[in-house]
Design a protein around this ligand. Structure first.
Ligand code: PGA
Ligand code: ZN
Length: 427
């Protein structure tokens, strides 16, 4: 049983404070986890508790850390760490708010994950195996979705689209995905350097681009894939996170780069032209979260040929996934533990996705740390894909490297991407 829960302030990949929680069990097992932080957040996701004021841009977490030691620790004392659903339900219960604003989503997610780690340690099994056990799933390695350029809120809005990514569904194993992606990433940097369109590295490790249009980003990505010796659309495909809530609201979409405003239909038509022109197999948040009709219309038009992922739109919420499935909006969901606030609610969302025949993509946030829990979560749940940002920066590479370690412990046929590139490859 849990004898101690402690917390400290640590720092994320953007140099902002965040919450680390450590849970100790009576048998000596210890679990530790750190809360990540998003920059382009959905309005319906769990909110972090931040101190406000002027110091540290108002982002200090002393109240959240304090909530762990004064309110969460006494609540969890004596509870069975193997009862993840019971622990999470108790946290949700004392928080009592819709968006977890009382205890703080940051305090809750770090605690929930630390309990998960402690229970796995107590059972002497790797975290991924423990997650598979409590969720009743068969572990498998996800197909990585890897960012080549950043944009939107992660790169000073230098381009409107937030993530330009690649996937390598044609790879034979996870290791081969890493190698192909490395070639593409470095090729993209070389092309941009030569053209003077490279301005460093964005929040998630992708190149920080100085492009004149979103299309220039897509053209450059196609060239980088070719320069890496690949035929775009063959072994390698393009994936976009439009993160449209960042520049669209009330049915109006403001493309800052091109200085024009589109309505919902025009936005759908623009994305449709991109789908016809470039080898794009996946699009996340194509329309804004307040434009459910737009998301449904986009899905009706293109859902049979591309994966359409809800992130800000579905915020790792089982109820919203079921609702979206009923409305024919999206066909896949991003799973971010800190959007839900607890491990159990993330598993609930995963199950809702499964029963709605939605694809599942476990995802990091733009503010991350050395915490690699999500690599284990993706494997343990047998999620279709894993999105952790780009192919540089330690907080990103830690997660890919952890997957390589897990791969060595899994049977060779455990790689999801072995399936052919067809509608089935993201299932
Ligand atoms: P965030 O964005 O972590 O900055 O909220 C990531 C995403 O939109 O997938
Ligand atoms: Zn997103």
């Amino acid at each position: 049983s849990i004898i101690q829960t402690s917390a400290r302030r640590v720092w994320d990949s953007r140099g902002n404070p965040t919450v680390e929680v450590e849970v100790t069990l009576a048998n000596g097992a210890v679990g530790r986890a750190i809360a990540p932080a998003g920059a382009s957040r959905g309005t319906r996701e769990a909110v972090d508790l931040r101190d406000g004021g002027t110091a540290l841009k108002g982002m200090n977490v002393s109240a959240a850390v304090n909530n762990v030691t004064t309110r969460i620790a006494p609540l969890l004392r004596g509870m069975d760490a193997s009862d993840q659903f019971g622990v999470d339900a108790a946290l949700v219960d004392i928080d009592g708010t819709r968006l977890k604003s009382e205890l703080g989503g940051n305090a809750m997610v770090a605690t929930s994950l630390a309990v998960l780690h402690a229970a796995a340690a107590a059972n002497s099994v790797p975290l991924w195996a423990y997650i598979a056990q409590i969720s009743g799933r068969t572990p498998s390695l996800p197909l990585p979705e890897i960012q080549i350029f950043g944009g939107g809120a992660h790169a000073g809005r230098r381009v409107d689209v937030q993530d330009f990514m690649v996937m390598v569904p044609g790879a034979k194993d996870f290791d081969e995905v890493m190698e192909t992606t490395a070639e593409i990433y470095h090729a993209a940097g070389k092309i941009m350097q030569a053209k003077g369109t490279l301005a460093g590295v964005a929040d998630e490790g992708g190149w920080w681009p100085v492009f004149a249009s979103n299309e220039e980003a897509l053209e450059t990505l196609v060239k980088a894939i070719e320069m890496a010796g690949e035929t775009p659309g063959d072994r390698v495909i393009i994936s976009l996170d439009i993160a449209a809530s960042e520049f669209g609201s009330k049915g109006r979409y403001r493309l800052a780069l091109e200085d024009r405003e589109l309505d919902s239909d025009q936005m759908i038509a623009l994305l449709g032209r991109w789908l016809d022109t470039y080898p794009i197999a996946s699009i996340e948040d194509p329309l804004a979260e307040d434009d459910p009709e737009g998301v449904a219309a986009f899905t009706a038009a293109y859902g049979d040929r591309v994966q359409i992922i809800g992130d800000d739109y579905l915020v790792t919420n089982a109820g919203l996934v079921k609702q979206a499935a009923g409305a024919g909006a999206c066909n896949a969901v991003l799973i971010k533990v800190n959007q839900a606030g607890t491990v159990s609610e993330s598993i609930d969302c995963f199950r809702a996705a499964q029963s709605s025949n939605y694809g599942t993509i476990v995802s990091a946030r733009s503010g991350e740390t050395e915490d690699v829990s999500i690599s284990h979560l993706a494997v343990g749940l047998g999620a279709g894909q894993l999105k952790v940002g780009s192919f540089t920066r330690g907080e990103r590479m830690a997660k890919w490297n952890e997957c390589l370690r897990i791969a060595d412990a899994l049977p060779a046929n455990a790689f999801v991407a072995g399936a052919p590139l067809a509608r089935t490859w993201w299932a």
